[in-house]
Design a protein around this ligand. Sequence first.
Ligand code: C2O
Ligand code: CU
Length: 461
Amino acid sequence: MSLTRRQFHQALLGSAALLSLPRIASAEATPALEARVARAQIAPPGYPDTEVWAYDGALPGPTLRVPQGERLARRFVNALPQPSSVHWHGIRIANAMDGVAGLTQEAVEPGAEFLYDFALPDAGTYWYHPHNRSWEQMARGLYGALIVEEAEGAPEVDLDEVLLIDDWRMTDTAEIAGGFGELHDWAHAGRIGNWITVNGDGAWTREVPSKTRMRLRLVNTANARIFELESQGLSGWVVALDGMPLETPEPLDGLTLAPAQRADLIVDVTAEDGGEALLLSLERDGGYAIASFPVRGVADSPERGAPTPLPPNPMAALGDLGTARRAELLMEGGAMGRMSGAMMDGRQVDMREMAAAGKVWAFNGMADMPETPLIEAARGETVRIAIANDTAWAHGMHLHGHHFRRVAEDGSLGPWRDTLLMERGETAEIAFVADNPGDWLLHCHMLEHSAGGMMTWLRVT
Ligand code: C2O
Ligand code: CU
């Protein structure tokens, strides 16, 4: 992020959110969330443990569970050797609490603190992570789940498991590999790793009786890897995406999870006593088990059939798409792209000069964070953004502070999401109600891509 200090102050003043800054007085009574250096056994048994950066020293960070409609308050304590911040991904949050260093707050210096205190309007599966040098800080292990429990109408399950799926780049002595700023990664798929964990464990296991009904909350916390998932010995439904309930649960039949995306599944263990149910990742031939459920015994659960939809969250319905405010976003650059240069610091530069400044991508011809928003909308307006991925790579586009729906060419609407996977060459249109005032990022969640130029912002007044 390259907002100057002056722009940073303007950005803050431009959003009414300052009014909701929490009072200092409550700080001491607020539980801490401390980011610090720690050690964790990520690598297979027989390897040493690994130095990681972790919230409360745990990998993943603590799972925060809060009832819908209540507030969450945490005193973020930065014990890292680098400035940091906490972004509460997918929460339709008050702007000043969004945790974007350089846009909604200044980065929290080592040894300093920041009080996060915000309401949780929507139930579902969310997560938190740093929003300052996130391409390094998340690769070192900083992330955790934020679960907002349904106020009523929670599905009946025997087990509710959060599975944070991560992709690490490790050395053969089980250290986190360096090279965070390598432009080769930035211009290609991002920092793709060589070791996959679930909840920080390369062989995550949970014993269950056959016929157990589980809610599995999957979160892709990887910097850049897109997971193609399959299951074995489980059958069920996808009931929510990116926290938001589907109007109709969809039978589970493979699942693509781009970085930052979530899926809530309701599945029954169909594997028999003595067998094993598996969650598989398909990047290796025949699939690779990332989570296993050894089956012991049989639950005497009743036959339950398809789950009813989760209760909807309080989303404003989209207004008339014909008269909606519109913007276009062209994504360019990267390896094998057609781009020859872009605007940086207000002047046109070539790829070589861009690369020297760590930029390899551009949004609408700009490789650094623009001074003016992509779009400025009045509160309550419906906004459409047509996005064209004119690159040779897939991107996971994330909008802060709002959920959107994809508008298909025939006008039909996709599910509410906060992160949209776009394949190479793909175009997509998204629509949302701009009902959350403030300045909000729109960026690729392949973290090397956003750092390398794929970042813009919008303003809701
Ligand atoms: Cu998950 Cu801009 O963030
Ligand atoms: Cu990208």
